[in-house]
Design a protein. Structure first.
Length: 494
C-alpha cells in the first residue's frame, strides 16, 4: 500500500480556510437535508409497489428494514471516516489514507460512475414525470425531444416515432449545475425547500391514507411462497430487500460535503445516520399505508403504484401532489449527485490525478466551477442520448463497490492508526464493517453479468487514464517527501 496520504496532511487540508478553500456554510440540519435529498427519490414511489407485487406482499415493510440495516453497516463506517477526515472526496479520500493512491484512484473513478451516471439516470426519469405533469395543463412536448435516439414510442394514431434527444433531462442538469456554481449555501437552500416539499407530501399521504387502511389487505402479511425462491415467503422478503436497498442509496453523498460543513466532526455523523434513520421511518410507514389502502396484487402491472392506492381514497387531487413530490425528489437527488461528483473531482485534482484546472475555485463564489461545467456537459450527454436502463444498471454496482471499500478501510485504519482521535467510532468492529462487506458483495454478485462487463470496461478506461496521466502528475509521487499544499505546507510519506 505505497503512496498513502498521511492523515495529518488530510487534517491540515480540512482545516484550511480563506482563498482557495471551500466555504464552510453547511449546518447539521443542512447535512441531514442533503442526505434526505439524495435518498428520497422516486424509489419510494415506484420500488415499493414493485417489490410488494412481485416479492414480499405487505411484508415489504420488513424488506425496507432489512435494506436499512445493510445501509446502516456502511453508513456507520462512513460516519467514522467523515468525522476523522472532514474533507471533500468521500470514499476516495478515505481510500487514499488507508489503502494508497492506486486504490484511491480506483474508488474515485468508480464514484464518477455512481454520481455522474446516477444524476443522468435520475434526469431521464425527471423528464418522463415532467411530461406527465405538463399533460395536466394540456402542454405537450414533442416525444422526439423526450427520448434518446435508441428509443421509440407509439403515438395515439398508431405511428411510431424515434427519439432525437431528451431535452428536459439536459435542461434540469444545466440548471442545477449553474445553481451549484452560484454557491453551496444557495444550493443547500434550494435542496432544503425541495426536501420539505417532498417530505410534506409523503407525510400527507401517510396521514390521509392511514384512515383508509383495509386490515384485510395485510392478511397474510407474508404471502405463502409460490414454490420459487424470491416469490413471496421469507425468500421473497429477502429478495425484495435487495431491490429496495437501492432506494437508500445517496446517504454517502453527505460525506462529499465534509469540507463545507461548519462543524464536520459533529455534522457528518449526524447527517449520515440522521438521514438514514428519518428515511427508514418514512419508507416503512409509507409502504405500510400503501399496501393497506390497496391490495399488493393490484400493483402488479402499474407503473405508478401510488396512484393505484390514492384511487382507493376520495382524495384524487393527491395524484398531482405526488407527481410534484416526485419531481421535487428527483430534482434534489440530481442536485446532490452533481454536487458530490464535482467535490470528488475537485479533490482528485488537488492531488494531481486529474488536471489542476478542476481544483480552481470561482473567484466570487468559491465553488469548483470548472468541475461543475465539465460534468454538466458529461452528464447531459448521457441524459440526452443514452436509454435509462443502460445508465441505471451501471450506478448500482459502482455504489456497492464504494461501500465495500469504505468498510474495508475502517478495518485497515483501526490496525494502522488505532491511536487517532475519532469523534465518532463505528461500533462493534470488526462485526459492523465485515457485515457491510458481506452484504454489499452478495448484492453485487446478484447483479446481471452485463453490468459487470460494463464495470470492467469503465475501470479499464480509468486504469489507462491513471497510467497515462495520473501517475505522472501525482503530487505524492512527484514531490516525494515534501509537498506544498495550499495554503499549508506539510509532508507526504511513502
Amino acid at each position: 500500500m505505497r503512496f498513502k496520504k498521511p492523515l495529518d496532511v488530510l487534517l491540515k487540508e480540512a482545516s484550511a480556510t480563506g482563498e482557495g478553500s471551500l466555504k464552510r456554510t453547511l449546518t447539521s440540519f443542512n447535512l441531514v437535508a442533503l442526505g434526505i435529498g439524495a435518498i428520497i427519490g422516486a424509489g419510494l414511489f415506484s420500488l415499493t409497489g414493485l417489490a410488494a407485487a412481485n416479492n414480499a406482499g405487505p411484508a415489504v415493510t420488513i424488506s425496507f428494514m432489512i435494506g436499512a440495516i445493510g445501509c446502516a453497516f456502511a453508513g456507520l463506517c462512513y460516519a467514522e471516516f467523515a468525522s476523522m477526515i472532514p474533507i471533500a472526496g468521500s470514499a476516495y479520500t478515505y481510500s487514499y489514507a488507508t489503502m494508497g493512491e492506486f486504490m484511491a484512484w480506483v474508488i474515485g473513478w468508480d464514484l464518477i460512475l455512481e454520481y455522474a451516471l446516477g444524476a443522468a439516470t435520475v434526469s431521464i426519469s425527471w423528464s418522463q414525470y415532467l411530461v406527465k405533469f405538463l399533460h395536466y395543463f394540456d402542454i405537450t412536448i414533442p416525444p422526439q425531444l423526450t427520448m434518446s435516439p435508441w428509443e421509440t414510442v407509439t403515438l395515439a394514431d398508431g405511428s411510431v416515432v424515434s427519439g432525437v434527444m431528451n431535452l428536459p433531462a439536459v435542461f434540469i442538469i444545466m440548471c442545477l449545475s449553474l445553481l451549484l456554481i452560484r454557491g453551496t449555501r444557495e444550493s443547500a437552500f434550494i435542496n432544503n425547500l425541495l426536501v420539505v416539499l417532498k417530505v410534506a407530501v409523503v407525510l400527507v399521504f401517510i396521514a390521509v391514507g392511514w384512515g383508509y387502511i383495509n386490515p384485510a389487505n395485510h392478511v397474510p402479511y407474508i404471502p405463502e411462497n409460490t414454490g420459487k425462491f424470491g416469490e413471496f415467503g421469507w425468500s421473497g422478503v429477502l429478495r425484495a430487500s435487495g431491490l429496495v436497498f437501492f432506494a437508500f442509496i445517496g446517504f454517502d453523498a453527505v460525506s462529499t460535503a465534509a469540507q463545507e460543513a461548519k462543524n464536520p466532526k459533529v455534522g457528518m455523523p449526524v447527517g449520515i445516520i440522521g438521514s438514514l434513520v428519518i428515511c427508514t421511518i418514512l419508507y416503512v410507514l409509507f409502504s405500510h399505508v400503501m399496501t393497506g389502502v390497496a391490495n399488493y396484487k393490484e400493483f402488479k402491472d402499474s407503473a405508478a403504484p401510488v396512484a393505484v392506492a390514492i384511487a382507493k381514497t376520495p382524495y384524487a387531487w393527491l395524484q398531482k401532489a405526488i407527481i410534484v413530490a416526485i419531481l421535487a425528489g428527483y430534482t434534489s437527488v440530481i442536485l446532490v449527485m452533481l454536487m458530490g461528483q464535482s467535490r470528488i473531482f475537485y479533490t482528485m485534482s488537488k492531488d494531481g490525478l486529474v488536471p489542476k484546472a478542476f481544483s480552481s475555485l470561482h473567484r466570487k463564489f468559491q465553488t469548483p466551477y470548472k468541475s461543475n461545467l465539465l460534468f454538466a456537459g458529461f452528464v447531459s450527454l448521457f441524459g440526452a442520448f443514452v436509454p435509462v436502463r443502460v445508465v441505471g444498471e451501471m450506478v448500482s454496482i459502482g455504489t456497492l463497490f464504494a461501500f465495500v471499500l469504505v468498510c474495508v478501510g475502517v478495518l485497515v485504519i483501526r490496525k494502522t492508526d488505532p491511536q487517532l482521535p475519532r469523534p465518532f467510532k463505528t461500533p462493534w468492529v470488526p462485526f459492523v464493517p465485515v457485515m457491510g462487506v458481506i452484504i454489499c458483495v452478495v448484492m453485487m454478485l446478484a447483479l446481471p453479468a452485463d453490468t459487470w462487463l460494463r464495470l470492467a470496461g469503465w475501470m479499464l478506461l480509468g486504469l489507462i487514464i491513471y497510467m497515462v496521466y495520473g501517475k505522472k502528475h501525482s503530487v505524492i509521487r512527484n514531490q516525494g517527501n515534501s509537498v506544498t499544499l495550499d495554503p499549508p505546507t506539510t509532508p507526504f510519506t511513502k
